[in-house]
Design a protein around this ligand. Sequence first.
Ligand code: PFF
Length: 545
Amino acid sequence: MTTTEGNVRKSESWNSRLGVILAVAGSAVGLGNFLRFPGQAAEYGGGAFMVAYFISLALIGIPICWAEWTMGRYGGQYGFNSSPGIFRLILKHPAGKYLGVLGVVIPVTIYMYYVYIEAWCLGYAVNFLQGGLNFGESVTIDNYINYFNTFIGAAEDGSALGFDINQVGIYIVLVFFLNFFLIYRGIAKGIEFFCTYAMPTLLLLGIIVLIRVLTLGAPNPELPEQSIINGLGHMWNPGNLFEKLKNPQLWIAAAGQIFFSLSVGFGVIITYSSYLSEKDDVVLSGLTATSANEFCEVGLGGMITIPAAFVFLGAAGIAGQGTFGLGFKVLPMVFSQMPAGALFGFIFFFLLFLAAVTSSLSMLQPGIAFLEEGLGINRKQSVAILGLITAMGSMFVVYFSKDMKALDTIDFWVGTFLIYLLATIQIIMFGWVIGIKKGWEEAHKGAEMRIPNIFKVIIKYISPVFLLTILIAFILEKIVGINFETGEFSATGYVADLIGGENHEKSPVALMSVGVIGAVIVFVMILINTAGKRWDKLDEEGKRP
Ligand code: PFF
C-alpha cells in the first residue's frame, strides 16, 4: 500500500516479472478481443482487414507500447505514476502536466461504460447456468433479441435498473464492488493477484470453447455448406484485397482496433509500468504482453465467434448484427443449439467476464494513482472519490440505456477518437521530446532483448506520420463528414446527434453524454492544477528523488 512519508510517496511495486506481464496482458485481453475484433474483421472483409491490422500493429501498436512502458518506468523512478506527473517530468515544463489530462480521463470514462458490458457478461454466465437462456425447442433469434433488450434495458431509458436476475442492475453492483475491492487492495495484492489466476483460467476456458467450435463440422446435414471450414473462410478470406485496402475506413478501423485491443494510447500501460524499477526489463515484457494479446485476439477471438455463428446461421444470419448483436444475441442462440450448450454458454460468458475484469481494473489505476500523487491523499480517500465519480458516470450510462445511446456516444468520442489523440501525443513525446537516442538508452535499461534498429526510424517518423494521417482521415470522415468516394459533406451519425442533420434529429442523451465527458475533463484539469502546486512545492523542498 502507498504510504506518504515526509511528503515523498513511497510507491508500490509489482511482486514478480510474470505478474506485471500478466497484468498488462490482462489489461489488453478483454471484450475487445472476443467481441470487437471479430465484429470489425467480419465487417471490413476478413483477410483485408487483417493486412491493415498487422501493418498497424507493427507501425503503431508495438512502437507505442514500448514508448509507454519506457516512459512509465522512467516516471516511476521520480515518484510519478500517472500521465500528468510523468508528462510534466518529461516535458520539464509546468504546462506539460495538462497534456497528461487524457491519460486520466480516457480510462476513467471508458470504465463508466465498460463495466456495464462487464455486467452483461456476468449476467449471461449466471443465466446460462440457471437456465434463463434456454428457450426450449421453439427457439428463434427473436427470443434472444428480446432477452438482450430487456436484460440491458435497450427499449426504454431507466428500464435496466431492476434487480431481477434477468436484468443487468444486480450484476452492475457486484461488478463495481469487485473492481473497487481489488483496486483498494493495491497493485500486488489486488491487480496482480487477480490477474495471476484469471489470465491462465481464461486461456484454458478459451481453448476449451475453441476446441468445441472447431469440432462442430457441419451440424445441419441439410446445409453442408454451413461448415466450420467455410465459417473460418468467412472470417479470414481476403476477397478483393487491393480494392478493399483502398478504403480509408478499413484503416481507421484496423488502427483503432489495435489501440483498443492492446490498451495502448490510454494511459494505462504508462501507469502499470511506473511500478517497475530500473533493473526491470520493459522491452521483452512489452513484447510478451503484446504477443499474449495477439494470441487471444487472433487465435481465440478470431476463431470462435464468427465461425460458430456461421455454422448455425450462415453468412446471411450474421450480417449486420454488429458487435454486441453477435456476442449477446447470435452466440447465445448458437450455444443453445449445441449439445451441452448451457455449459459452453456459461464457459464463454464467464471467460468474457474474467477478461473484462482484468481490463477494467487497469482503467481505474491511473485515476487512483493520479488522485494519490496529485492530492497527497491515501488509498481509502482515492478509492472513495474515484468510486463516486465512476458510479455517477456508470449510473448515467445504465440509466440512458435506450438504444445504448449513452454507451455508444461515449465509446465513439473517447474510446475511438480521443485515443488517437493521446497515442499521437505519446509517440511524439517519446520520439521527439525525449528523443530517440535518450529514449533508446532508457528503454534498454535492464532490457533482456534489444529493439531492432529499424524501429528508430519507425518511431521517429513513420509512426507519427501514420498516426496523423489516420487521425486526419478520421476527423474528415467521421467528424467533418466527408464521403471519400463522392466528395460530399454531410454531418454523420455522431456529429448529427449533437448538431442535427438532414433527417436526423439532435439527441439529448448524446448531448448529455458529451457533457459528461466534458465535465470529467474539466474536473481533472482543475485537479491537475492543484496537483501542480503540490508538485512544485515538493520539488522546491527537494523531496522528490
Ligand atoms: N484492451 C481492452 C480490450 O481489448 O477489451 C480494453 C481496454 C483496456 C480499454 C484498458 C481501455 C483501457 F484503459
